[in-house]
Design a protein around this ligand. Structure first.
Ligand code: GAP
Length: 450
């Protein structure tokens, strides 16, 4: 089940250490966010799942990690200097600035200021370039103005020949990259959905123009399967073809997710034609065409792109995993262990992450923290599990019920509790996040079971 409101997610994310407002002690910086201990694990797991599916498990895709700072001609060639713009309007009443195409309309069709509510009282739209500038060099006056990359894929295009010449790839093949991108968004917002600094996971698949349409369809399916593999409910996802194509695109479809504010874009799949390599060839004077030895054809490869924000994918995972439920009586009553009454009654919030992306895979807990014999065994199991490569957490504070509740809220699929029976027969209680069912298993079977 997905979250009903964005506030539920923002609150949980802050309370449980997923995402904090950036530089919060100074009052924060608009629409910038920091990933806390569980957030960084979740985002890293999502990035790792993407890399595994897009690079490691494929024969035809290789990786790259290009610099954020690039030669400024890159952004002229790509078209960003001229056309990476959004329509900026200013409300004449409150002087706040907005993206005109994102303004809501009232019933009478008039545009409404989201800040002061005034209708149809905006300046004419100006094309505002959203590339972020910075300066290179140390001597004042001699510094050159450059850009922080507005999308990661440009680093891939300019390295097309380097990769072709050094890897054993032949067309069709892809280059994948994960990294930060920057855009001076006019109206960032919706938590980590639209920010000015964000991370992209992009793959560019170079192909013969004749096979571009077929590959576009194949990549759409491949990407949908990835969301399924990381546990996203496909009922909450659909494709939306673009009505209006970007300057570079021959075909474009978004993967949209059903957010609390409606369907919105999480990933773009594009047939970029030969725009990118042709333009970089033209601006750099370097030949970026391809000669296919098997057919004798020479052509400028077409590119099929899949591009998803790592932050958006993380938000999607949070939305999709979020659930609140009432706990039934018998479940509430079944949690009495060795005189320690648990408080599993009432309601709970649970993040039902797929195991592959859950930040913590297993939490280890002694039933009572003031019993050294239980604590010793628990710590031993905790350290053993850590060395198996499972992200493990140790928790001894508070009642066992409260500890389970905390693990539910960070989405830990399994909890292992060490009690007095453990000392007798080397078994522990294994508690399942989703069903809250408990079973007893041997200590040496825990890693396999999880
Ligand atoms: N290379 C193509 C490209 O960058 P895009 O549609 O502008 O296309 C691709 O961006 C993806 O990057 C989006 O679907 C989204 O997931 C992510 N993205 C774009 N702008 C973003 C922003 N301001 N904040 C967070 N993620 C963003």
């Amino acid at each position: 089940m997905s979250a009903k409101s964005l506030d539920q997610i923002v609150n949980l994310a802050k309370r449980r250490g997923f995402v904090f407002p950036s530089s919060e002690i100074y009052g924060g910086l608009a629409s910038t966010w920091d990933y806390g201990p569980y957030g960084v694990l979740l985002k890293n797991n999502i990035k790792a799942a993407w890399w595994k599916a897009m690079v490691q498990e494929r024969d035809d895709v290789v990786g790259l990690d290009a610099a954020i700072l690039m030669h400024p001609r890159t952004w002229e060639a790509s078209g960003h200097v001229d056309s990476f713009t959004d329509p900026l309007v200013e409300c004449k009443q409150c002087h706040n600035r907005f993206r005109e195409d994102k303004l809501a309309k009232a019933k009478d069709g008039k545009l409404v200021c989201p800040n002061c509510g005034t209708k149809d009282n905006f300046t004419d739209p100006k094309n505002f370039n959203i590339l972020m500038k910075t300066y290179l060099g140390t001597i004042e006056g001699e510094k050159s103005e450059i850009y922080l990359r507005g999308e990661t894929c440009q680093g891939i295009y300019v390295n097309f020949k380097n990769v072709l010449n050094t890897s054993r790839q032949k067309i069709p093949f892809g280059i994948a990259q994960i990294g930060k991108a920057f855009r001076n968004e006019i109206t960032p917002g919706n938590f980590i959905f639209r920010t000015r600094e964000f991370e992209q996971m992009e793959m560019q698949y170079f192909c013969n123009p004749k096979s571009a349409d077929k590959l576009f369809a194949e990549w759409k399916e491949t990407r949908l399967n990835w969301y399924k593999a990381i546990g996203i409910n496909l009922q909450n996802i659909h494709f939306l073809p673009h009505d209006k194509l970007a300057h570079y695109a021959k075909a474009a479809e978004d993967i949209e997710y059903k957010t609390p504010w409606g369907w919105d874009e999480f990933e773009g799949i594009h047939n970029r034609g030969d725009w990118d390599l042709s333009r970089h060839s033209q601006f750099s004077g370097k030949d970026l065409s391809y000669f296919d030895e098997s057919t004798g054809e020479k052509f400028t490869p077409y590119i099929i792109e899949t591009s998803v924000g790592a932050d958006r994918a993380t938000l999607m995972a949070l939305f999709d995993a979020y659930d609140e439920e009432e706990i039934r009586e018998q479940e509430a009553g079944s949690r009495e262990q060795d005189g320690e009454k648990s408080d599993e009654g009432g309601s709970r919030t649970v993040l039902r992450f797929n195991k592959s992306i859950a930040p913590i895979k297993v939490a280890v807990m002694p039933l009572l923290k003031n019993k050294p014999e239980l604590v010793d065994v628990a710590k031993g199991i905790f350290h053993d599990l850590k060395t198996t490569g499972l992200m493990t957490e140790y928790d001894e504070s508070g009642s066992i019920g409260k500890r389970y509740r905390r693990q539910d809220e960070i989405g830990t699929p399994a909890c292992v509790t060490i009690d007095f029976q453990t000392l007798e027969d080397k078994t522990v209680t294994l508690r399942d996040r989703d069903t809250m069912e408990q079973s007893r298993i041997k200590i040496d079977k825990i890693a396999d079971q999880i």
